[in-house]
Design a protein around this ligand. Sequence first.
Ligand SMILES: C[S@@+](CC[C@H](N)C(=O)[O-])C[C@H]1O[C@@H](n2cnc3c(N)ncnc32)[C@H](O)[C@@H]1O
Length: 385
Amino acid sequence: MQSEIRTKTFFDKIRYSQCWEDPKLLYEGLRITPEDDVLSISSGGCNTLALLLKNPQSVTAIDFNLSQNCLLELKVAALQNLDYADFIAFLGVRPIEHRWELYQNIRVGLSPTARGYWDTQRTMIEQGVLHVGRFENYLRMFRQTILPLVHTHRTIEQLLSLKTLEEQKCFYESIWDNRRWRFLFRVFFGKLMLGRLGRDPEFFKYVQIENVGEHYLQRAKYALTEIPIQGNFYAEHILTGAYSNLEQTHPYLIESNFQKLRENLAKLKIVTGELEKFLDEKPEGSFSKFNLSDIFEWMSQANYEALLRAIMRASRDGARLCYWNNLVLREHPSSLDDRLQSHRELAQQLHFQDRSFVYRNFVVESVHKPSAADALDTISTISVK
Ligand SMILES: C[S@@+](CC[C@H](N)C(=O)[O-])C[C@H]1O[C@@H](n2cnc3c(N)ncnc32)[C@H](O)[C@@H]1O
């Protein structure tokens, strides 16, 4: 199999320098155990690192965009070669003057390819690599040019200080949700602007939602009124560009996880390539857990189904899959009902709590592989008939 999107657009720059997919959903959807071999889409690297914290047997990170893997490698090398305070500052979570000097201590830990990449990216390193993806740049544009036209710094701080959902709902209705907010938000997160400057027009090929801006506006309303703002580091980062409370951020950035993460880095393998081709080359039963990000958005229904079959072949019996639907609904077709079980109730429960809030749906599925005895039963049933 080949990736459809790969032939249609360029993937030479960092698109996501952070994962905008809530790791809590992966933790509860995948239920990692020490026997698990996990396959995880690299993207910004954050969720792959978070999965390592659950002590699986191995994690294989895969991405066809080399620069995403160079970013993951850089995060790994920073974890290995810096102390916690420098690690956090180097990534760009806290201010620091000398990121390029810190990089000189880190680069020895990189592969020649990643070193060659980062050696020429001084500006990105100095900026803090959590802030350099195309999508992060787009969010910064929102924060710096659009948001100040709608709300003052004080109003944003007020929103972030609210303690209950009742307060959030009341605040949203009486103060936040004004005409300017609705208008500018719809335009900025509409298909045209987002496609040209934040994502890519090709990513919308299978999107059937007419008014993408309105759809995201409703998702933002949900986040600001139905999900506790305390602990929602995604909302905080979009609105302020910061993570004020490091104990409530992404698991790989939390100090108490630092040592354990370092110890588990030996279990990580990074692969640059198309998931489609990679799976074709892997022996049957290679993996037991899959973090598939929202990659199925970018392909036709036919390719989605073919990729699901390839995933099932590379799975063990009972393997679990988690993935998000951003704008395009994708859940396994009924023709695979005997091989794939949807855990809809769990997935829905998790989706309601999704702090990253932009996604339309979250999917948890498990693989049922017929055993040799099942297969013999089927054959004998057929021959009796
Ligand atoms: C699908 S994107 C979505 C990002 C996500 N919504 C987020 O905010 O983190 C995640 C990553 O998947 C990679 N990707 C997409 N399709 C892939 C495929 N077929 N094989 C390997 N990597 C793929 C992209 O290069 C990108 O880095």
